[in-house]
Design a protein around this ligand. Structure first.
Ligand SMILES: C[S@@+](CC[C@H](N)C(=O)[O-])C[C@H]1O[C@@H](n2cnc3c(N)ncnc32)[C@H](O)[C@@H]1O
Length: 307
C-alpha cells in the first residue's frame, strides 16, 4: 500500500492493525448480509451504475465539503465507513469536475465488498466501523451512509466516537439513514424483511437519537435534515424503465422470495406496486431522455463538525 497508495498508507495506524480487537471484530463480521452467499452478489450487480443514487450522493458529499468554499481540494480526505463496493467513490467523477474530486477511502467489514471495491481499483480498507484502523486526526471528512441501520443501537455511540477520533480538527461527519416510522423505514419492514432471504430486522434512526449520538461524541454545529435520496433512472420508454427499476430494487434488496413466489416477470410488477415508485415524464430531461422511473426515498441526515 505504501508504494501504490501512499496517501492512504500514511493514514493507517499499524498498532491498531495488530490489535486483537481488530481481528476479533473482523471474525465476528465474517457472515454479513452482504457476503457472496447471501444478498451480496445481487446487491453488487445493482450497484454497477452508481448514478442511480447520484441525487443523494451529491448532497451527502456537499455536506462534507469545506463550508467556506463549498469545494473540495484533491487532497481532501474522506472516509466512507460503510462503503460497500465503493458506489460513492465511483459516482464522484460524474458529479464533480476533475480537479474538485476529493480523495475518498472506501471501507467495509465484509470481505467480498472489499474485494469488489479493489477490483474497481479503489483505495479501500477492510475494517469494522466499531474499530477503525486509521490514525487519529487523519481524515477531513467521515461519511456513514447507506447502511447505518445495520449497526446495532448499542454499538452506535462507539461507531460515532471512532468517526470523531479519526477526524482532524475542523473535519466534518455526516450520518445518513432513514427515519423510524417513515414511509421508507416501513417499506424496509413490510417489503425487505418479508421478501429477502436475509430478513431486515434493523432499527432505523430518529432525529433525537442522531442529535444525541453526535453531541455526545463531541461534535458541534450539529444539524439534522431530510434529503431527497431517490433511485432514479432516465430513458425513453416507460416499459423499459419500469423493468429496469424493478430489477434494480429486487437485486439491491435481495428480494428472492418475491422472485420465487411469482417468477421474474410478475415479481417485477409486484415490487413496483408495493413500492413508492413513479414512472413517467421527467421534468429534468437534461440528457435528452424524456422519461424517468424513480423510487421515492427521503433520508434523515445528521452533520457535525469536530472543533
Ligand atoms: C447497504 S450496504 C451499503 C454499501 C454502500 N455504502 C452502498 O451504498 O452501496 C451496507 C454496508 O455496510 C457494511 N457494514 C455493515 N456493518 C458494518 C460494520 N459494523 N462495519 C463496517 N461495515 C459494515 C456491509 O457489509 C455493507 O457493505
Amino acid at each position: 500500500m505504501a508504494k501504490e497508495i501512499p496517501e492512504l498508507a500514511s493514514c493507517v495506524d499499524e498498532t491498531r492493525v495488530e490489535n486483537p480487537e481488530y481481528e476479533r471484530l473482523l471474525r465476528l463480521g465474517r457472515q454479513t448480509d452482504f457476503s457472496a452467499e447471501r444478498r451480496g452478489n445481487s446487491y453488487r450487480r445493482a450497484q454497477a451504475d452508481p448514478m442511480v443514487r447520484a441525487t443523494g450522493i451529491r448532497q451527502l458529499l456537499m455536506l462534507l465539503a469545506p463550508q467556506e468554499t463549498g469545494k473540495f481540494a484533491p487532497d481532501h480526505k474522506i472516509l466512507d465507513v460503510l462503503g460497500g463496493d465503493g458506489v460513492v467513490t465511483r459516482a464522484l467523477p460524474k458529479i464533480f469536475p476533475q480537479d474538485e474530486i476529493p480523495f475518498v477511502v472506501t471501507s467495509d467489514l465484509d470481505h467480498d465488498m472489499v474485494e469488489a471495491a479493489r477490483a474497481y481499483g479503489l483505495p479501500v480498507l477492510w475494517q469494522p466501523a466499531e474499530y477503525l484502523i486509521l490514525k487519529g486526526e487523519s481524515m477531513d471528512g467521515v461519511l456513514m451512509a447507506y447502511g447505518s441501520h445495520h449497526i446495532d443501537s448499542v454499538n452506535r455511540p462507539r461507531v460515532v466516537a471512532e468517526a470523531f477520533r479519526v477526524l482532524k480538527s475542523g473535519g466534518r461527519f455526516v450520518l445518513h439513514d432513514f427515519e423510524e416510522g417513515s414511509i421508507n423505514a416501513d417499506w424496509f419492514k413490510n417489503v425487505v424483511d418479508k421478501y429477502s432471504a436475509t430478513g431486515h430486522n434493523c432499527r432505523h434512526f430518529t432525529t433525537g437519537e442522531m442529535t444525541e449520538l453526535l453531541s455526545d461524541a463531541g461534535f458541534t454545529s450539529v444539524r439534522i435534515r431530510h434529503i431527497l435520496d431517490p433511485l432514479t433512472m432516465m430513458g425513453e420508454s416507460d416499459d423499459v424503465l419500469s423493468a429496469k427499476l424493478a430489477e434494480y430494487i429486487l437485486d439491491m434488496y435481495g428480494l428472492t422470495k418475491l422472485r420465487e413466489e411469482h417468477g421474474e416477470i410478475l415479481a417485477r410488477k409486484k415490487i413496483l406496486e408495493i413500492s413508492p415508485v413513479y414512472v413517467g415524464e421527467s421534468i429534468e430531461n437534461k440528457v435528452g431522455l424524456p422519461r424517468k422511473a424513480e423510487m421515492f426515498r427521503l433520508a434523515l441526515v445528521a452533520s457535525g463538525t469536530k472543533r
